[in-house]
Design a protein around this ligand. Structure first.
Ligand SMILES: Nc1ncnc2c1ncn2[C@@H]1O[C@H](COP(=O)(O)OP(=O)(O)OP(=O)(O)O)[C@@H](O)[C@H]1O
Ligand SMILES: [Mg+2]
Length: 504
């Protein structure tokens, strides 16, 4: 909910606000299962929308789409009372929502091209070794130099095969591509296809500006990325999310300090982004998170423990909501201590103790003030959402998708000309050239043979003529006929050769 142009998230001793101009300094929503993380996300997303800031959120459990329906006052009345908000001043309302889904079931399809995904992320997705990653990088460079677009996995497989076939010619300019490594990449690609990984490669590829829309009232769209199914494959899910970040980073211009973000991103189950990620990739994410801020994008991570997020990234998350954590084991106690220590101590209460005793929908929070400093920890009750809590049925979701302005833009896949077609055409061209060359050789051979025959016959005729000249007058006539026949034959052959030459 907005109050005086600020985002009111919760209320305790004081009201706790996220300042729009600090919203691109990223954030964290942490807490054990069922403590209220998703609802907090929803409360924030609604406020951003009201502020005219579009948001993109990963909906892992399917419980965020209900933003399309107004909430039910009877469900939230008590909470409002306990916070001290007059229900009259808290209107129940729906929000503009756009649904997306890589599987095209729960929303408009989200696709990208293999070229746009890039070799680094693909190598991670494929689980390649360093040597194989090197081969993949060569394959991408070669495709780039040739101007061949890698749209889907079919293109990439064709391109890997092409690179392996031309390895010796490429050695000097591109480096070594061993048959073994190329073979391993091909196998990994097949495995990825079998695991359904080809799903988000294709065209039309998403234009991220379609996530930055506002409705006619100026409210930002809440883009709900339905990923219940994608989430079942954590590697696919995390790679896709990383791609989104990279894409935003590359596509959006530098903005400096804005009054409010251009887009806010919420990553649910954020620990998956970092699980098993190689050091170099973690450093990449760290870099992107650091720099994307100045492009006007705020990134909010949602996870159970703050320790799920690598320290250098955690240090960049300025706006924090810590829901309850439970301490059953010494390791959990340690984690709670660590979580508490990330807050500026409030003398009014013990942060560590507070984190373990918070009720559902309560949190310890700290947001950045107008100077970018984290405020002291506040213990607050989070506001309820203005839209409905819970889920919507498939029918309603379908109706929303079909009623959307974007319906039809992405919904049918296209198979445009790309590397696969170009490599196939290239192969065909080479085969045709070879066939043509062979044909010409054969024709030339036949012509040479015929020429020899002619010469032989001419010589024989000459011989006979000479002997007849000597022997009889009748012989003269016969001889001239034979010679003219010989010349005719010669012309035919000559024309034949000309034709061959012309065809060249
Ligand atoms: N701010 C709130 N206002 C009203 N109800 C809330 C609030 N926060 C939580 N609740 C109630 O608690 C339930 C669980 O919250 P939520 O789904 O947000 O938990 P979660 O931390 O996301 O859990 P999980 O880790 O399982 O996804 C909600 O369905 C809702 O009924
Ligand atoms: Mg949740």
């Amino acid at each position: 909910m907005l109050k005086d142009g600020r985002i009111l998230v919760g209320k305790g001793e004081k009201e706790a606000f996220i300042l729009p101009q600090m919203a691109n300094r990223h954030g964290l929503i942490a807490g054990a299962t069922g403590t209220g993380k998703t609802i907090t996300l929803k409360v924030m997303a609604e406020s951003f929308s009201s502020l005219g800031v579009p948001v993109f959120l990963a909906d892992v459990k399917g419980d965020l789409g209900a933003c399309v329906k107004a909430g039910d006052m009877s469900v939230i009345e008590k909470r409002l009372e306990s916070i001290g908000i007059d229900p009259e001043e808290f209107p129940m309302r729906s929000f503009p929502v756009c649904f997306w889904d890589v599987f095209s079931e729960g929303g408009h399809p989200v696709r990208t091209t293999v070229s746009d995904m890039g070799s680094t992320l693909l190598a991670r997705l494929l689980g390649l070794t360093e040597a194989q990653t090197g081969v993949l990088a060569i394959v991408f460079r070669l495709a780039d130099d040739k101007g061949w677009l890698l749209t889907d996995l079919k293109d990439l497989r064709a391109m890997v095969a092409y690179t392996a076939d031309h390895a010796s010619e490429l050695l000097n300019d591109y480096g070594n591509v061993s048959r073994q490594s190329a073979g391993a990449v091909q196998r990994a690609l097949l495995q990825l296809e079998d695991a359904g990984g080809d799903i988000f490669f294709g065209e039309p590829a998403i234009d991220i500006h379609d996530w930055m829309r506002r409705d006619e009232d100026g409210r930002g769209y809440i883009n709900v990325f339905h990923c219940a199914k994608l989430f079942r494959s954590p590697l696919l899910y995390s790679t896709f999310m990383l791609w989104l970040l990279a894409e935003l980073f590359e596509e959006l211009p530098e903005e400096g300090d804005l009054e409010k973000p251009k887009l806010v991103f919420f990553f649910d189950e954020a620990h998956l982004l970092f699980n098993g990620a190689p050091k170099a990739l973690k450093e990449n994410i760290e870099q992107v998170v650091k720099l994307i801020r100045s492009k006007g994008v705020g990134v909010y991570f949602i996870t159970q423990q703050p320790s799920d997020i690598p320290d250098p990234i955690l240090a960049q998350l300025g706006n924090r909501v810590q829901h309850a954590l439970r301490a059953y084991t010494p390791a959990e106690q340690k984690a709670i201590r660590a979580a508490a220590q990330t807050f500026r101590e409030n003398p009014a209460f013990d942060t560590e103790e507070a984190i373990t005793s918070l009720g559902t929908g309560e949190a310890v929070v700290s947001f950045l003030d107008e100077k970018g400093r984290p405020t002291v920890a506040e213990r607050v009750t989070i506001l309820p959402p203005q839209s409905m809590m819970g889920t919507i049925d498939d029918e309603r979701r379908r109706a929303e998708i079909e009623a959307s302005d974007l319906y039809g833009r992405y919904d049918t896949a296209a198979d445009n000309e790309s590397a696969y077609e170009q490599i196939t055409a290239d192969k065909l061209r080479i085969e045709e050239e070879k066939a043509e060359e062979k044909k010409k050789e054969e024709e030339a051979k036949a012509a040479a043979k015929a020429e020899k025959e002619r010469e032989k016959k001419e010589k024989e005729a000459e011989k006979k003529k000479n002997s007849r000249k000597k022997n009889s007058a009748l012989g003269k006539v016969a001889g001239s006929t034979a010679t003219s026949i010989g010349r005719e034959l010669g012309r035919t052959i000559f024309r034949g050769i000309l034709n061959i030459l012309k065809r060249k």
